[in-house]
Ligand binder design. Sequence first.
Ligand code: HEM
Ligand SMILES: *[C@@H]1O[C@H](CO)[C@@H](O)[C@H](O)[C@H]1NC(C)=O
Ligand SMILES: *[C@@H]1O[C@H](CO)[C@@H](O)[C@H](O)[C@H]1NC(C)=O
Ligand SMILES: *[C@@H]1O[C@H](CO)[C@@H](O)[C@H](O)[C@H]1NC(C)=O
Ligand SMILES: *[C@@H]1O[C@H](CO)[C@@H](O)[C@H](O)[C@H]1NC(C)=O
Length: 596
Amino acid sequence: MRRSFWALLLLLWEPACRGDEVASVSVNPCCYFPCQHRSVCVRYSEDKYECDCTRTGYYGENCTVPELWTRVREFIRPSPDATHYILTHFRLLWDIINHTFLRGFLMRLVLTVRSNLIPSPPTYNSKYSYISWESYYNLSYYTRILPPVPKDCPSPLGIKGKAGLPDPELLVERLLKRRKFRPDPQGSNLMFAFFAQHFTHQFFKTYNRMGLGYTKALAHGVDAGHIYGDSLERQLDLRLNKDGKLKYQLINGEIYPPSVFDAPVKMSYPPNVPPERQMAIGQEVFGLLPGLGMYATLWLREHNRVCDILKVEHPTWDDEQLFQTARLIIIGETIKIVIEEYVQHLSGYLLQLKFDPPLLFNTHFQYGNRISLEFSQLYHWHPLMPDSFLINGDELSYKQFLFNTSVLTHYGIEKLVDAFSRQPAGQIGGGHNINAVVTNVAVGAIKESRELRVQPFNEYRKRFNLKPYKSFREFNDNEEIATVLEELYGDIDALEFYPGLLLEKTREGAIFGESMVEMGAPFSLKGLMGNPICSPDYWKPSTFGGKIGFDIVNTATLKKLVCLNTRTCPYVAFRVPSMTHPQSGKNDDKAQTDEL
Ligand code: HEM
Ligand SMILES: *[C@@H]1O[C@H](CO)[C@@H](O)[C@H](O)[C@H]1NC(C)=O
Ligand SMILES: *[C@@H]1O[C@H](CO)[C@@H](O)[C@H](O)[C@H]1NC(C)=O
Ligand SMILES: *[C@@H]1O[C@H](CO)[C@@H](O)[C@H](O)[C@H]1NC(C)=O
Ligand SMILES: *[C@@H]1O[C@H](CO)[C@@H](O)[C@H](O)[C@H]1NC(C)=O
């Protein structure tokens, strides 16, 4: 990794990149993706373009020549794989760092380095491949990190690859469909999988009726819209209008979301389910899976529990203020759990992650967020889903599980949490691991990405400071995957974004490959820390109803979310029990003894 001082000198003297003349074919020159290092391709006449290298740290026709400081920075910057290796090894070292100021220092570094990859304010969208006011201002679009492939290019992904792309059904059938369930080597369980789905569906709400590339979730981030609805009208239907609480119903003496009969909101259920049996939840599709209904129930109970606490603290507050304050606490708890448990688990880092907004107060971090199409594509983590669901000694098929409104109340929250925490989820990366019931969703994602002209996987690699792959074999040393991809795409530079993410060789013992982490983490952390509650004028006790509310946010855990809202405390974690390392065992013990 360390090159010598002499190598540095040599690098500095290395002559500027030699360039050949631009081939004078009359295709849109931006189809070649000539502009490197995040520079902008602008077309002038028929075959003339310019790269705008402003503030990229590079110059030259295609912004390929590094400025002096860029050279130095590139030289000392460790590769993502090296960084990842350090962050996931040397346990003893991290045990020490966790207890020193270095933890905060490194956390700040992680947050700023990652967030700097996300433009803020956002730039393009699926309609505007150039900076425009409409693209900035119209929240109905998902944003785009890279603009769409120009419409007039010789091939669907620019100039590389075959004239036609592989049939998406064939692609999914041959490379993504599960043969035999392969558990995630990091030990993720269904509690994790349903959390992922539940959490992300507050900001991934593709609005196909309006057109491709649109979203219904106009808040573009962690707004708890999956609990409170994505419109004021829906929110008001879900609210009890008393003490800030949400409506609920009692079944077997336990609190559940109200029926649609009592809270008249539109839910997506099959037509044969009568209103009394439909549960009214913020997110309209959460009737789909008992795992989502379970989280919806937990958060509803948590909201009402927080309202009770706030009401005691502030007997003078009206329903509205109690509701609004509880909502901010719920958002804070969510971000806390996502960073310190969900992302912690997913990353496998030994650095103990920290949700501490003041870490960013003296940096150039911009508060605000816009959800991008690439993030939504990237998060299609359907390989997580198992082949059947094991609950309390029963094995439920998809047919028995999906849209079955009685699973939730039949077993109750404790049994479901326990079951989901014990059942392994599938490995996301590596191919051949999507259950046949949901392969269609992957087909849909690939079709969507084509209609919206998402750029090739390798262009995204470059955009996120990763080296583009030179061959399918470098991309994945699995002979079958490399051969089939070569046959289907012809050229590694024509490999598509989503198949690239799911089929890249996985890191050792990891749930997916390098690209998913290096591209996913920036979106994720920017979205979490860009939330208004993390900004200096919000992040203070009074925002959350005083010290009590602020403490609820700052001490939130998954375990408390469950066990403060159930009678008995089941096994609850994001990883299966047998996978518990001695180290995280310590963590579990800590959570166990946390005063609940
Ligand atoms: C059995 C479980 C699941 C089923 C039946 C299912 C089904 C679906 C369906 C039907 C869609 C819409 C596809 C389309 O409109 O083209 C979808 C979208 C999606 N799913 Fe799943 N899914 C499941 C689990 C998961 C899980 C565990 C995740 C994890 C994060 C996930 C993430 C997503 C995402 C990000 C989208 C895109 C949402 C949007 O853009 O609106 N799904 N899923
Ligand atoms: C810039 O990129 C174009 C298109 O890829 C290429 O033809 C040209 O040779 C490059 N110029 C330089 C100076 O590298
Ligand atoms: C956003 O763009 C869509 C499509 O052009 C349009 O229908 C919608 O009215 C726009 N929304 C706003 C707020 O301008
Ligand atoms: C440091 O943090 C990691 C990740 O949370 C954890 O596994 C490890 O036990 C921590 N070490 C100490 C000493 O707290
Ligand atoms: C729904 O779930 C219940 C409880 O687990 C089960 O007894 C029933 O068979 C399921 N219904 C269907 C239609 O599969």
